[in-house]
Write a protein that binds this ligand. Sequence first.
Ligand SMILES: [Zn+2]
Length: 343
Amino acid sequence: MPLPDFEHVACDLCGKDEPQRLFSGKDNFVPGPERFELVRCANCGLMYLDPRPAPGVIGRYYPGNYLAYQEFEVQAVGVFNRNPGRWSVFKNRVKRSILRDYFHYRFPAEKHPSPVERMAALCFLPQFNRRFYRVIPFSGDGRLLDIGCGNAANLVLLKELGWQVRGIEINRHCCAFAKEKFDIEVDCADPVDATFGARSFDCITMWHFLEHHHRPSKVLERCREWLTDEGLLVIGLPNCASLEARTLKAHSALFDFPRHLYDFTPRTLKKLVEAKGFSLERMIYSTSMPSFDWSLNTYAAATGKKWRVDSSLRMNPLVIAADYLLSFAHLSSSMILYCRKRA
Ligand SMILES: [Zn+2]
């Protein structure tokens, strides 16, 4: 008997089956007639799709031109400038100074930074954090796993900085691309079924992955198994308690129906990682808002407005300043959690 395309599930955080309807939305990336219902668990507050596309059919909703699957060149993701010239050399020395002093990276052959380079590093640090928010502090022996790595852009960036990288990704084309273009091993698998040994990694990252998986709790159980005792778990994902999510609701890319099966808030994600044996070390409310202009345009189109905004809006100093304010108020569009295994 064929499996049904849609399934009803109980809450992945508390196990109760008490969904309260919030609002519905449609696929804004691949337009179609279907609408999807977002619910909130009455017991713990976790938001999720119900009903939702079953694991066997979810692939239909990921088109070939999906952003995370697109091929790229190394200069699009690397930290260091590749242009010749004294200005590039200086900027690269400032970046290495930041990486060494604030992120614990080692550059043994590097001569000591000058006072000017140290001062420039201090001034450039906020911009570095905003632009390279996927650079994480170096830890342990530098063995890193990125789950749901897509086109492996994040692994290319971290390999350049000295990590021994590995990925897991369900899209076969991305796995082949990472191997052929960058010599990076990416297992084509669901992380729940992957077979790494216990304590194999000093760091595990998941960038905008957990909300796409049918069983985030199971994924976190595997992470706990694969991390060393001092290991670091880094989870980046949309903040569904942000100003963007609260005001634009189903028009916001943060909900991304139906690819986002779960819509976490800082509170529900903290509860989930703690339930799975991690303690939250640090939460960053990211000051980069890649989806904001896209969400505004989706809202304008859906409500018959004539105006549209340009992606250059992201570089507007007023928008950047507003973004920093939202970050301080914990209302920015994405969040990054740094977690450690609890003993
Ligand atoms: Zn619940």
